[in-house]
Design a protein around this ligand. Structure first.
Ligand SMILES: Cc1ncc(COP(=O)(O)O)c(C=O)c1O
Length: 393
């Protein structure tokens, strides 16, 4: 018998032993405050459904109407026959919403990153990348072939030092996540902008967790810091707060023109599907009409974070609706997550390699979909499990 794949068995056994094997649960209900997961009704603390739009009637109606009028699949890449007027409407609406000259959509945020980075830099160029940047940024950087210089997380001093040390370069690009997805802290974008300006370096922010969350009515991190027109490239996603799926690159018209010519996921992978595009358009409508959902999201996040801190939990450096509950070793985080699930709360353990070794945690995603009673259930269950596992006194 062939043994070509035997190494996978060894690797999987090692993951299980280290508490790092990811058991993937399945849902049998729409996204919302409560889910049916593996046959049980549980309180949902792990989706990126920040505003509760994933099952919103207006988005569902828009998707259904688009299917009736335009069908489902794009049946082509954007540059051949996959660009519909719906795609162009969405891009114009997103650009207006975010206060930029132009925007281009991609099939996902991951694709947006692997599209834009290699389109801007290549061999002989250099990228300064925050050490905790998301995997899709890292992959985009690797694909580009540019030299990657990692600077310490959120450290503008280290960024300056790394720029000073790097004397040979062609083009230069600074990239940071806007909101860091595992810790919930926010990049010091005004300082990054100051450095980029001083050295005439392109600046890119990946606002996946800030889109629909930060800024006025969810207009994103650039709006949050009042940096309109100053950040060269804003990447975003419609897979989180927008409750759908799809990526965005926003910025100058010149940049978007260039991406239409050179971004490989735009040229070589089929366009966003029509119901997705239409649902995203309905999402923009909702966000432009009212800040109510964004305001509720932040109020919920504050209640949960302050409640957890009062119970004695360590919530790390979170400044946003992403609230990590720091536990240390991966087996404890997994045990904690299993005990929460048994008690009716769905919150995932995150361990290495997603976060550094010894920094395992439960990552709680707050949502506008949660009611005050849901938050009470969440806090009471964390308290019970935390006491039974000796994490809090
Ligand atoms: C910072 C960041 N960038 C990009 C992505 C990818 O977005 P998408 O799920 O739309 O591919 C994510 C999602 O996990 C993210 O957290």
């Amino acid at each position: 018998m062939s043994t070509k794949l035997a190494w996978i068995e060894t690797e999987l056994a090692a993951l299980k032993e280290q508490g790092l094997y990811n058991t993937i649960r399945s849902l049998n209900s729409p996204q919302g405050a409560w889910l049916e997961v593996d046959g049980r009704r549980v309180l949902n603390l792990c989706s990126n459904n920040y505003l509760g739009l994933a099952d919103h009637p207006r988005l569902k109606e828009a998707a259904k109407a688009a299917i009736d009028r335009m069908g489902i699949g794009p049946a082509a890449v954007r540059s051949i026959a996959g660009t519909t007027t719906l795609h162009l409407d969405l891009e114009a609406r997103l650009a207006a919403f975010k206060g930029v000259e132009a925007a281009l959509t991609f099939q996902s945020g991951f694709n947006a990153n692997i599209a834009v980075i290699p389109a801007l830099v290549g061999k002989g160029d250099v990228i300064f990348s925050d050490r905790l940047n998301h995997a899709s940024i890292i992959d985009g950087c690797r694909l580009s072939g540019a030299k990657i210089v990692a600077y310490d997380h959120n450290s503008v001093d280290d960024l300056r030092a790394k720029i000073a040390e790097t004397t040979e370069y062609g083009r230069r690009l600074i990239i940071s996540d806007g909101v860091f997805s595992m810790d919930g802290d926010i990049a010091p974008l005004p300082d990054l902008y100051a450095v980029a300006e001083e050295h005439d370096i392109l600046l890119m922010v990946d606002d996946a967790h800030g889109e629909g969350v930060l800024g006025k009515g969810g207009r994103g991190i650039v709006d949050h810091f009042g940096l309109h027109g100053k950040v060269d490239i804003e990447v975003g996603t419609m897979s989180k707060a927008f409750g759908v799926v799809g990526g965005i690159v926003a910025g100058r018209r010149l940049l978007v023109d260039w991406l239409r010519q050179r971004a490989r996921p735009f040229l070589f992978s089929s366009a966003m599907t029509l119901p997705d595009v239409a649902a995203c358009l309905a999402g923009v409508d909702l966000l432009e009409e009212s800040t109510e959902l964004v305001d509720r999201l932040w109020a919920n996040a504050r209640t949960f974070r302050e409640g957890m801190q009062a119970l004695g939990f360590d919530t790390g450096v979170s400044q946003t609706p992403i609230v990590p509950v720091m536990l240390g070793e991966a087996p404890l985080a997994q045990q904690f997550s299993r005990a929460l699930f048994e008690a009716g709360v769905f919150a995932m353990a995150i361990g290495f390699p997603t976060v550094p070794k010894g920094k395992a945690r439960i990552r709680v995603m707050n949502s506008a979909a949660h009611s005050p009673a849901d938050l009470e259930v969440a806090l009471a269950t964390f308290e019970r499990v935390g006491k039974s596992l000796g994490v809090i006194g």
